[in-house]
Design a protein around this ligand. Structure first.
Ligand code: ATR
Length: 277
C-alpha cells in the first residue's frame, strides 16, 4: 500500500443495503478526521475471489464480510485467526502489505466487549449460560463464552439437529435440550443469550416465561431492531439486567477499523445514536 493513498474499506454481502456498518465506520472516520472511505458493496458468490483479488490493488486495506460470504472467504484466506477457524466463518478481512489475505472473526469478542461495557461485573465463569439458536451467530457466541471460561453452555434450537452439530463441534461443556424444555433450566442460568432472529421487526416475538430466572442473571439479545425486544422486556419484568444487540454490532467493528485506519475507535453514546438514526 502506497502511504499517500486514501485508505479504503467496506463491507461485502448480498443483499447489502440494510448493513449498518457504513454508518458505523463513516461516523468514526468523520469523528477522528481520517481521510478515508467505507463503502457497502453488493458482491455475488461467483465474483467473490475476483473481488478479493482486485480490492487491495485499488486501495482497500480491508473489508467486513456478511451473509452469504462469511464461510466462503475462509477458503480464500492465507492467514486465519484461531477464533475464525473455530467459528468456521470470518467477518473481518485485512489485505496485508505482504499480499496475504488475513481473515478474522470479531463477532464473539464484540459480544463479550458489549456485555462487559454494559455490565462491568458480569463474568462468564460464574454460572452456566443458556444460548437460544444454533446458526452462524450462535457459533460465535458459544466460542466466545467458552473462551471466557463459561463452565457450561445449555443450547436450545428449534431444529435440534443443528444444536447437536454444535455440540459435536465444541465438545463437552455443551449440553443440548429441546426448545420446549427451556423454562426447566432457567433457575441455574447466569447468562441468557438469544441468537435467533425471533423478536426482530417483522418476525414473531420470543415469548419465554422467565419467572424462574434468578434476578442476578443477565439477559442479552443479538437482535437490535427493535432495541428492546419482548425477551428483554420480559427479563426486566422479573428484575434481570438486560443488554441489547446494538453494543455487539458496534464492538465487532472496532478491530477492523483499528487495523485499516490506524486508530482504535470509541464505542459510546454518540456512535450509538449515529448508527440507529
Ligand atoms: P444466523 O447466522 O444469524 O445465526 P441462521 O444461521 O439462519 O442465522 O440461524 C437463525 C437461527 O434462528 C436458527 O437457530 C433458527 O432456528 P432453526 O435452526 O430451527 O432454523 C432460529 N430461528 C429462526 N426462525 C425461528 C422461529 N420462528 N422459531 C425458532 N427459531 C427460529
Amino acid at each position: 500500500m502506497k502511504p499517500d493513498r486514501i485508505p479504503l474499506a467496506g463491507v461485502i454481502g448480498q443483499p447489502i443495503a440494510h448493513s449498518k456498518s457504513p454508518r458505523l465506520h463513516g461516523h468514526w472516520l468523520a469523528r477522528y478526521g481520517i481521510k478515508g472511505h467505507y463503502i457497502p458493496m453488493e458482491v455475488q458468490s461467483n465474483d467473490l475471489s475476483r473481488v478479493l483479488a482486485l480490492l487491495p490493488k485499488i486501495g482497500f486495506r480491508g473489508i467486513n464480510v456478511t451473509i452469504p460470504h462469511k464461510e466462503a472467504v475462509l477458503e480464500l484466506a492465507d492467514v486465519i485467526t484461531d477464533r475464525a477457524a473455530l467459528i468456521g466463518a470470518a467477518n473481518t478481512l485485512t489485505f496485508q502489505s505482504d499480499g496475504k489475505l488475513h481473515a478474522d472473526n470479531t463477532d464473539g469478542v464484540g459480544f463479550i466487549a458489549s456485555l462487559k461495557q454494559s455490565e462491568p461485573d458480569w463474568a462468564a465463569k460464574s454460572a452456566p449460560a443458556l444460548v437460544l439458536g444454533a446458526g452462524g451467530a450462535s457459533r460465535a457466541i458459544v466460542a466466545a463464552l467458552l473462551q471466557e471460561g463459561c463452565p457450561e453452555i445449555v443450547l436450545a434450537n428449534r431444529t435440534r439437529a443443528r444444536a447437536d452439530a454444535l455440540k459435536s463441534h465444541f465438545g463437552g461443556k455443551i449440553s443440548v435440550i429441546d426448545w420446549t424444555q427451556v423454562t426447566g433450566v432457567l433457575s441455574e442460568i447466569g447468562t441468557l443469550v438469544n441468537t435467533t432472529s425471533l423478536g426482530m421487526v417483522g418476525k414473531e416475538d420470543l415469548r419465554i416465561p422467565l419467572d424462574d430466572l434468578a434476578s442476578s442473571a443477565i439477559v442479552t439479545d443479538l437482535v437490535y431492531t427493535p432495541l428492546k425486544t419482548q425477551l428483554l422486556l420480559n427479563a426486566e419484568a422479573v428484575g434481570c439486567k438486560t443488554v441489547n444487540g446494538l453494543g455487539m454490532l458496534l464492538h465487532q467493528g472496532v478491530p477492523g477499523f483499528e487495523r485499516w485506519f490506524g486508530r482504535k475507535p470509541d464505542v459510546d453514546d454518540a456512535v450509538r445514536r449515529a448508527v440507529m438514526m
